[in-house]
Design a binder for this molecule. Structure first.
Ligand code: FAD
Length: 415
């Protein structure tokens, strides 16, 4: 294992999205001066112009962010989801029948998810990383070589550095995964997720709504109050990709009218509080999550449909599992970059990832469809789940990331 002149070892994380930043913070807090943690991303110092992304962060992931000391700083800007309502309808339906409702608590007083805006969480994670001594380096990782029990990292500016481990947290189109020759099983849905922040006149009371429309789900997710009309929600509108360019070329008034048709009238007058953007949706899982001196993290390891708001939550579960693997090995004096050590991370994460990928893929296929027999069958299924409290509880614990035996950070324990 490569050891620096000051006796410390180095871990390089390529990718400063929420997954990469959370891992950097967890490792530095637990390992202190014995490891230098470098997070490299060409965009790490850039301030995104108009970031309209927001996520439902599940209870387990929230516990980890609390333990890492970032949640308290942002808690005034988060919104608890107190209820989730699912309806199956067409845009022309005057009344949208409710087929399934979830009360939003895993345990009394513990909501199963909170909504948080990407910009808010990323800014706090970066500040926390800097406070504990993570090096945030504004440069990409071009490639890496494994030689003599060391990863040699080649940065985009031509500099080179040795590390015990490279973590590729460089997103779904990971070049580092490709360079390592790790295969990817996946497909495109031919759908895009249109995202925007919507202001509205009436309060949402923490209620999340998902309308299953024929082109795909339309989700209204409650954000912390604010904006021109006093209240805000984030929308994720799944649309066939062919329809997206004409929609995005509409002027603000016309696209707002399209949104209103789907959003409904329940929350009163609505307004656009952000630009409207679209993200192509796909599914994919890496054939392996680890290699010698390499671990894949977050979307670099798996990509799922946002229908259940679980993509980032899977990535944060990876963070908890990989941090635990590395820290436990380092404390035993083992080299955390070896395949033997890294395989226990892969073992911990592979089944959960493939299972969640299959569930979200199945849900999307089932609901992005207007065939009458299928609608009847799924409505019957939703109605049945709605009447079975035990099954609902099971789904809530799964969605909260607390099923099975979660890693220590997800249980709110320090490493
Ligand atoms: C419409 C939509 C809605 C969603 N809603 C939710 C939700 O409600 N809940 C949820 O859990 N998930 C949700 N997701 C999923 C979530 O957005 C992703 O899972 C998550 O953002 C992935 O984070 P990441 O850190 O793994 O990767 P990314 O956020 O993609 O970050 C990758 C980073 O790597 C950097 N990078 C790229 N190449 C290199 C390189 N060579 N060297 C160094 N750095 C590099 C990039 O600059 C980038 O900063 C949603 C997704 C979509 C599309």
């Amino acid at each position: 294992m490569a050891v620096a002149p000051d006796g410390s070892s180095r871990i390089v994380i390529a990718g400063g999205g929420i997954a990469g930043l959370s891992l950097a913070l967890a490792l530095k807090q637990a390992l202190g001066a014995t490891f230098s943690i470098v997070l490299a991303d060409p965009t790490v110092n850039a301030v995104p112009k108009a970031d309209n992304r927001a996520y439902a962060v599940a209870a387990g992931a929230r516990s980890m962010l609390e333990t890492l000391g970032v949640w308290d700083a942002i808690s005034g800007k988060t919104q608890a989801m107190t209820e989730m309502v699912i309806s199956d309808s067409r845009t022309t339906d005057a009344v949208r029948p409710v087929f399934l409702t979830f009360d939003g608590e895993v345990e009394p007083g513990q909501p199963f998810a909170h909504m948080i805006e990407n910009a808010v969480l990323v800014a706090e994670l970066k500040a926390a990383c800097l406070r504990v001594g993570v090096e945030l380096r504004p440069v990409g990782v071009r490639r890496f070589l494994v030689e003599d029990e060391t990863a040699e990292i080649v940065f985009a500016d031509g500099t080179r550095e040795q590390a015990a481990l490279l973590v590729a947290a460089d997103g779904a189109r990971s070049k580092l995964r490709e360079q390592a020759g790790i295969g990817w099983v996946g497909w495109d849905y031919g759908q895009s997720g249109i995202v925007a922040t919507i202001g509205h006149e009436r309060p949402h009371h923490g209620r999340a709504v998902e309308h299953f429309l024929p082109s795909g789900p339309f989700a209204i997710l409650p954000l912390a109050d604010g904006g021109k009309l006093g209240h805000r929600s984030s929308i994720v509108w799944t649309e066939r990709t062919d329809n997206v360019a004409p929609l995005l070329s509409l002027d603000r008034e016309d696209i707002l009218a399209e949104i209103e048709t789907r959003f409904g009238l329940e929350l009163g007058e609505i307004a656009l509080e952000s630009p409207v953007s679209a993200h192509p949706l796909g599914f994919g899982v890496a054939r392996r999550f680890v290699d010698d001196r390499l671990a894949l993290l977050g979307d670099a390891a798996h990509l799922i449909h946002p229908i259940a708001g679980q993509g980032l939550n899977l990535g944060l579960k990876d963070v908890a599992a990989l941090a635990e693997t590395i820290v436990d090995a380092a404390r035993l004096g083992l080299d955390p970059g070896t395949l033997d050590v890294l395989e226990s991370y892969e073992k911990a994460r592979r089944f959960d990832t493939v299972a969640m990928g299959a569930v979200t893929d199945g849900l999307n296929r089932l609901f992005s469809n207007d065939a009458t027999p299928l609608r009847l069958a799924r409505d019957l299924g939703l109605g049945l789940v709605d009447r079975l409290p035990g099954l609902k509880r099971f789904f809530i614990r799964e969605a909260a990331g607390l099923a099975g035996a979660p890693p220590r950070l997800l249980r709110g324990e320090v490493l």
